[in-house]
Design a protein around this ligand. Sequence first.
Ligand code: GLY
Length: 379
Amino acid sequence: MEKKRILVNSSAGSYVIVCGAGVLENAASEIRKLGSFSGVHLVSSPKVWRVAGKKVLKHLSTKAKAPVKMHLMNDAESAKNLNTAEKLCRSLVRSGIDRHSLIIAVGGGVVGDVAGFVASACLRGVALVQIPTTLIAQVDSAVGGKTGVNLPEGKNLVGTFYPARLVLVDSTVLRTLPDRQYRGGLAEVIKYGVIADTELFAWLEKNFDAVLRRDPAMLSRIIARSLEIKARVVSRDERESGLREILNFGHTFGHALETITNYRVYQHGEAVAWGMMTAALLGHELRLTPADEVSRIVSLVRRLSPLPPWPKVPPKKLIALMHSDKKARAGKLRFVLAPRIGKAHSHDDVPADILERVLHFAPHFINPETPQPKGNRHV
Ligand code: GLY
């Protein structure tokens, strides 16, 4: 597949996502188009750098005039916190970063979000390029300018909107991605189908086995389509005052699952997978999502299995956590629900009893082998 250039508008000006197989080979020339920098600071994790470092350096160093410094950070979700951000800032300052430097984040969602946050705050803002190396970062987190770190109270509760100047998405780096992470990324791809693209959803239903086998042509296709949707949404509503909320389909539930397990049990995409199935059931309970659409969503998401099981916690605890989610407004929880596949809206009027009931039966509905708790209704 040929390389694609997708334009994203942001309050800081527009920027380009270059995606396709092999785009890293042109990394140096793409970065040169941004102007000149006094120094380049690469931020990555030891794991990612072991696998992709040589390749990235080879394509960056060609004709690069600015000195390149390296900063490695822990990329576990449980390390996505202010402590890691502070360590990274200190490392950058000690190595001489200035306001004309460039930070290049090479890694998955945690590296991208933390490096982005640090780029926005260190010296009050340093230019940023994102080179995402996991599927979830490629189709979601590296685009749209959201940066941040978690607090024990909730996910991404400290952060900024700080768009990258350039995003380079090379599908060939996914060849070595562990299967679990790959499947987690596919959860976000399914999300784009549910919220915005009936055809993508139907195509995934038909081709999911080949997608799971990482057929290169299919991979390039789903990445490009996901990025087109994300770019369209964030270009219209960068600050999430309306439309962008649809990107949070499955996330109100997903973030609560991640938080309650101290960010140690689920990869983000796995939590979103559970969250999407639960949101589909909630939509049905509210007489919004027809049963056959729920069934299609649940069936496709289940093909991502195995997922870590739903945590053994009372629904009330999950609901309490949802109240400290960024999406809550004036004490009201917000859920993205899908009246049909390809369409989604945010709702803040979900009755507490319905929510609690859905949280009771959702995990059991999704895992039919698990006995249903007494007294819970089935959809
Ligand atoms: N991942 C949701 C968003 O970028 O808004």
